[in-house]
Structures are given as C-alpha cells and as structure tokens.
Design a protein around this ligand. Structure first.
Ligand SMILES: NC(=O)c1ccc[n+]([C@@H]2O[C@H](COP(=O)([O-])OP(=O)(O)OC[C@H]3O[C@@H](n4cnc5c(N)ncnc54)[C@H](OP(=O)(O)O)[C@@H]3O)[C@@H](O)[C@H]2O)c1
Length: 254
C-alpha cells in the first residue's frame, strides 16, 4: 500500500459495485479520500460503502447508469451535494462481450461501445464541467486496457472501445489542461477477479499466463501504486499519459 495522502479529496468511482472499481474505491478511501460509489446496483454499492465505513472511511452510494446522460448528471450532482466538489474521477465502468467479429450483432456492439466509450465520455465531461465551473482542477483517470493498445481474439468491440478511450483521454488532456484538469489512462493487463478466475484455471488460461513476461496474472493490488500516483499531486506534470500495468504483457516477445 502506498502512503499517498488524499485527505481533502473527493473521488467519484464508476463501476464501484464490484471487481476493480470496488478495489479502487477502497484504495482511495484508505488514502483519505471521501468516495462516491457509482453503478447500477445500489445494494452492492451499499455493501462497499459499509466496508469503507468499517475502517472509518467516508463513502456514499450513488445510483448511476453511465449510458444515460440524465442519470450521469443526477449522480454527479448527488455526489457533490453530499460530499463536496469532485477532485478525482475514476472512469471504471466497463463491459465486454466475447464473440467472433462476424457473429457480433448490433445490440452487443452498442452495449459495449455505449458503456465503455460513450459512458466514459458522458461521465468525464460532466465531472469536468463541474471542475471548470468551480475552478479547482482535478484528475480524471480512465480505465482502459492493454486491449486498447494491442489485439485479441473475439473482443473486437471491447478492444475498439478501449482504443477509442485512449484517444478520448488524450483529446480531453489537450483541451482541459488549461483548467488544471489532468486526464490520464490506466491500461491494466489481465487482472485476476471473480469473473475471470475460473478461465485462468483452464489450459487456455494457463497458456495465456505463460505469454506474460512476469509469468503471473496481475492482482488488483498491483494497480494501487499507479492509481494513487494518477490521483495525487505526484502526477501533477502528467496528462494524456497511458500507464500500462501488465507484467510486461505488451512487450512480450513475438
Ligand atoms: N479485470 C481485468 O483483467 C481488466 C483488465 C483491463 C481492464 N479492465 C477494465 O476495468 C474495468 C473494471 O473491470 P472489472 O474486471 O472489475 O469488471 P466487472 O467486475 O464486470 O465490473 C464492471 C463494473 O462496471 C459497472 N457497470 C457496467 N455497466 C454499467 C453501466 N451501464 N452503468 C454504470 N456502471 C456499469 C458494473 O456495475 P453495475 O452492474 O452495478 O452497474 C461493475 O461494477 C472495466 O472498464 C474493464 O474493461 C479490467
């Protein structure tokens, strides 16, 4: 765990109801930030809020569907009313569909792009408008993926959405720098979570792990340092960066 101090910061974490988003929220709260936990499942969010309150952190649950502009506006407003001006956004909500490119239907494509790209754009721009209006600057962290930088089978929509998210990060970094808003991306490699643990126990999963230069899956805690760096003043001269956290997967030998 880093000792980075985020006291006085208000973080808004999308997709905080489970997986990496839950871990990011807990990490930021342990560093002293007050955290708005946002996603579609209120009960799961409340459970995470209770975990955070269990170590005397401060967190609230905010219902949010990132694909719906009105929901995004209401969630950001609710978070600021309750906690104060947002200074850190972790744009983490994301979905994937594992399907061959020629078998993917329009609804499946739209679900992935609407959540991972349009959703991230809606939340980032809404939060940034608040930061600009209040004039305090801030840090926006988009959770991309190494699949936004390389290719993988049966994830065309997902990889396309993450590549676009990388470009969205750079576009917003350019336009928002004048307002002291930094926009960076974290690009995790394969991180072990509840939903992929079973796959990584299979022969195909084990073969994939052998292609990672560090020969192991990432753990959520491996993202703590990079997350806290991007959230904090330690990255004050970084904007438009894409940090790969992947055990060297992107530099694997051909
Ligand atoms: N795990 C990995 O190895 C890995 C690697 C690289 C990148 N990533 C990225 O990391 C992020 C989190 O992944 P994960 O593995 O933690 O996935 P996960 O366990 O499936 O969590 C996804 C989160 O997104 C939320 N979400 C989905 N649709 C939403 C919507 N329309 N509105 C609001 N929230 C929504 C879900 O909450 P609700 O269902 O409650 O709405 C859930 O909390 C994703 O962006 C993913 O692409 C993960």
């Amino acid at each position: 765990m880093s000792t980075t101090d985020l006291s006085g910061h208000i973080a808004f974490v999308t997709g905080a109801s489970g997986g990496l988003g839950r871990h990011f929220a807990i990490t930021l709260a342990r560093a002293g930030a007050k955290v708005a936990l946002a996603a579609r499942r209120p009960d799961a969010l409340k459970a995470v809020a209770q975990e955070i309150e269990g170590f005397d952190g401060r967190a609230i649950a905010v219902p949010l569907d990132v694909t719906d502009a009105a929901s995004v506006r209401a969630a950001v407003e609710a978070a600021e009313t309750e906690l104060g001006p947002i200074t850190v956004l972790v744009n983490n909500s994301g979905v994937t569909e594992t399907v061959a490119a020629l078998d993917q239907d329009e609804a499946s494509w739209d679900r992935v792009l609407d959540t991972n790209l349009k959703g991230a754009w809606l939340v980032a721009t809404e939060v940034a408008r608040h930061m600009v209006r209040l004039g305090h600057g801030g840090s926006i962290i988009n959770i991309a993926s190494i699949l936004g930088l390389r290719q993988g089978g049966q994830v065309t929509a997902y990889a396309t959405s993450k590549a676009a998210l990388v470009q969205l990060t750079k576009q917003l970094a350019l336009e928002l720098a004048r307002y002291q808003i930094r926009v960076n991306a974290l690009a995790p490699g394969y991180i072990e979570t509840d939903i992929n643990r079973e796959f990584f126990g299979t022969d195909a999963g084990k073969a994939l792990i052998r292609r990672i230069p560090q020969r192991r899956l990432g753990q959520a805690a491996d993202l703590d340092g990079p997350l806290l760096l991007l959230a904090s003043d330690g990255s004050r001269y970084m904007t438009g960066s894409v940090l790969a956290v992947d055990g060297g997967h992107l530099v694997g030998s051909l």
